[in-house]
Structures are given as C-alpha cells and as structure tokens.
Design a protein around this ligand. Structure first.
Ligand SMILES: O=C(O)c1ccc[n+]([C@@H]2O[C@H](COP(=O)([O-])O)[C@@H](O)[C@H]2O)c1
Ligand SMILES: Cc1cc2nc[nH]c2cc1C
Length: 403
C-alpha cells in the first residue's frame, strides 16, 4: 500500500471486543484484576484485533532498520560510523544480542539497510537453513513457523523495493538474519547544518518500512517487533522526541552508547541548536523527519503504520523506535492502538516519548542497547497476556466457587 492508503486503513480500537475481554477477565478463575497490567494489555490487543480472544502472538518477527547519520561529524558519539555496517554483519552472522534474544524468544530477525554509509560485509551462508528457528540453531516452538523464516523467499524485497535498488535477502549464516538492501542514500545529511533528508527521501524510507511490515505479515507474522541500528542515532531521536513532545533538548538527550561528559554537553548543544534552526512543526510529521532524519526512524514510522493498518501489534523497543512511534501517531492518531511499549530504555527521550503516547512499558531493566533487544524481552509477556484469554478456565467451567 502507499502511505496514503496505509493511513486511510488505520482505524480505532474495537470497543465491543474490548468490553468482551474485560468481561471475560471477570469470569476467569482468578481474583478480578490479579493479573495487573497483563489484563489491560490483553484488552487492548482484543480491541486491536476486533476479536476476543485476540489471535495468539506467534509467529513473531523483529525488523532491525539500519542507517547512518551525518550528525556523526559533530562528535556526538565516541563510536566510528563504520560500526553500523559492522554490527549489521554481526546481525547477519547471528552473533549480536538481537540474535541471541530472538532465538530465546522464538522470533525471526530481518535486517533492513535503509541507509548505511559504509559497505556491509555479508558473511558466508554456511548453512542457509539455519535461520529457520525450527533448526538446531534455536529453540523449537510454536513461533518458529516456517513462513516467517528469515531465510525464506519472502525476504526477497519486492514490496519493500519502492525506495530504489533493493537486494534480495542475503545469505543467512547459522542463527543469523536475512538482509534486505533498501538504502535510500548513504546516511543522512548533518541535521545541525541543514535538513537531514529531502521530502522524497523521507517518503522513500517510510515506504521501505511499510513494505517490510506488509511482507512479514503476509508471510505469517502475528506480532511485529521494532529494532534499530545506527551510530549517532540517539541524537536524531532526541531531536524527534523534542519536536513531538515539546520537551527541551536537555530533557530528552541522553548518553546513548555511553558518552563522556564533554561529549554529552556537545550533544545537548547540537540538539538544542538543531531545534532552534529547524523550528519543527509537530503538525507536519514528515517535515520533522526531513529536518532530523534518520532513515531508520522514517522506515520505522512506516513499519508501525503498516502494522496498525493490518491491525497487528507492534512492540516498541528503545528511544529510536519510540521516536518513530511519535511520528506514526502524529500522522494517524489511531495507530496508537497497535503500539505496545516493550521496555523503558535508560535514554530519557524514550520515557518522555512513552509518556506523550500514554504507554506504560512492560519491563524496565535499565537497558540501553537498541537492536530490538527490549522488544524481544517483552514478547513473552505480550504472548502470555493473550494466552490467558485463550486457556484459563472460567469459574463456571472449572466448578470454582465465586466469592
Ligand atoms: O534505544 C536505546 O535504548 C538505545 C540507547 C543507547 C544506544 N542505542 C544504540 O546505540 C546506537 C546509537 O548510540 P549513539 O551514542 O551512537 O547515539 C544505535 O545503534 C542505537 O541502537 C540505543
Ligand atoms: C557495539 C554496538 C552495538 C550496538 N547495537 C545497537 N547499537 C549499538 C552500538 C554499538 C557501539
């Protein structure tokens, strides 16, 4: 679908299904309210699906969007830019945190190059079947269904190719991920000296995200997870969060990968100057993306919107995915119904963004990695919330006396 069609397909939560889920919770063999936040989550998922119970949350697929940032030139991070490409290679080889956590959670991983600035080395596919989580490289389980296997032909990026030259999914190393090459440009321009992206580049990146979500859902995914990789992207994310929440630069800028005091001060100054320079209008979400980027934020916004249009839950991860959710909800307020806040990242912009969205994170482990790591840890919680509605007996059916 085009972005316009995607936005038009996003509708509000189904109040009737939510009422049914609330009523069902009152009949299940547990004191009312005893499952806390799990209950409200399952009610929201019923509202999204328009059904009670909503579908079980499997198979699950995480998409990690990778891009580079011109603002890297301002010294806002200690890491060299080429680490973005090197970490993509690590994802493909199966050696990153996202791979370990995806194997643990029984999710597949797709990596989308939407704007990496340096060449990506694709590891040899020693065993192309190994990315199928049914294999020995990961735990077998109901979520390890073939159709979403990262190694499958659906990874060939037909629909995501709107942005330009798009590669078929690359070879997959054992336990690794498929690569979709859909770079819109080799990193953004420096947001501190001018717009990071042109309007056309923004739209192209958003389309990559829309196509990725559609592709994964068409291949069977029942829940989508967001991930990002981009050295210096917490600077762009902070500016995006400030633009949509109205918070000041110091409130939303964090230490990212762990920057020292002088770098942190420089980073806050860069975000403050960029906000002054661009005077972003939150009523023009695509204009805000053009001002600050990044390409992965734009693609993530499209990914979230397409999930909402297909009434599929999408688990947010860290600050970049929260920033993208702010863009998505500014474009289509009803998209909020599809959002599940996976975790509370240490990065202050993540908490500020979640507050603005009115979402409570499922877990809070002091993490600040990105890559989809927090979303993957929250996946079993979401899956459990749904399974309870499917499987727990009622007082009537189990013959348990009520109070
Ligand atoms: O989202 C988070 O919680 C998060 C917090 C700090 C760092 N990161 C990751 O670190 C990279 C950006 O950090 P930096 O310091 O280079 O801006 C990028 O790849 C992010 O995925 C992610
Ligand atoms: C090593 C490394 C891994 C990452 N994963 C996500 N962002 C990252 C940033 C760095 C620097």
């Amino acid at each position: 679908m085009t972005l316009t069609e995607t936005l038009a397909a996003i509708g509000p939560a189904d109040e009737e299904a939510m009422a049914q889920a609330r009523a069902l919770h009152g009949r299940l063999t547990k004191p009312a309210g005893s499952l806390g936040a799990l209950e409200e989550l399952s009610v929201r998922l019923a509202g999204l699906a328009g059904a009670c119970p909503p579908p079980l949350a499997a198979p699950a697929a995480v998409a990690v969007f990778a891009g580079d940032h011109g603002v890297h030139a301002q010294g806002v991070t200690p890491w060299p830019q080429e680490v973005t490409a090197q970490m993509v290679t690590n994802f493909l080889a199966g050696g990153a945190v996202v791979n370990a956590l995806a194997r643990q959670a029984g999710a597949t991983v797709r990596v989308v190059d939407v704007g990496v600035a340096t060449p990506i080395a694709v590891p040899d596919a020693a065993n192309p079947d190994a990315a199928d989580l049914d294999s020995d490289s990961g735990p077998a389980g109901p979520t390890a269904a073939g159709p979403t296997s990262a190694a499958g032909p659906t990874s060939a990026a037909g629909p995501t190719g709107a942005a330009g030259p798009t590669g078929a999914a690359g070879p997959v190393a054992p336990g690794g991920a498929a690569l979709v090459s859909a770079a819109v440009r080799a990193g953004t321009r420096d947001l501190s000296t001018g717009p990071a992206l042109t309007p056309d580049e923004v739209l192209a990146a958003v389309r990559v995200g829309v196509g990725t979500a559609e592709d994964l859902i068409d291949a069977g995914a029942a829940v989508l997870l967001t991930g990002d990789m981009g050295i210096a992207n917490t600077t762009a994310a902070a500016a995006l969060v400030a633009a949509f929440t109205g918070a000041g630069a110091a409130e939303v800028t964090g230490r990212g990968t762990g920057v020292d005091d002088p770098t942190y001060r420089r980073k806050v100054a860069v975000v403050r100057a960029a906000l002054d320079r661009h005077r972003p209008d939150p009523g023009d979400p695509l204009g805000v993306l053009a001002a600050f980027g990044g390409l992965e934020h734009a693609a993530l916004a499209g990914f979230i919107l397409a999930a909402a249009a297909r009434r599929t839950p999408v688990i947010l991860d860290g600050v970049s995915t929260v920033a993208a959710a702010l863009v998505a909800v500014a474009l289509a307020p009803d998209a909020r119904a599809a959002l599940v806040a996976g975790h509370r990242s240490v990065e202050p912009g993540a908490a500020a963004g979640l507050r603005h969205l009115g979402l409570d994170p499922l877990i809070d482990l002091g993490m600040r990695l990105g890559e989809g790591s927090g979303a993957l840890l929250a996946l079993p919680v979401l899956a459990a919330a749904v399974r309870v509605l499917h499987e727990v007996a009622t007082f009537d059916s189990a013959g348990v006396s009520e109070k």
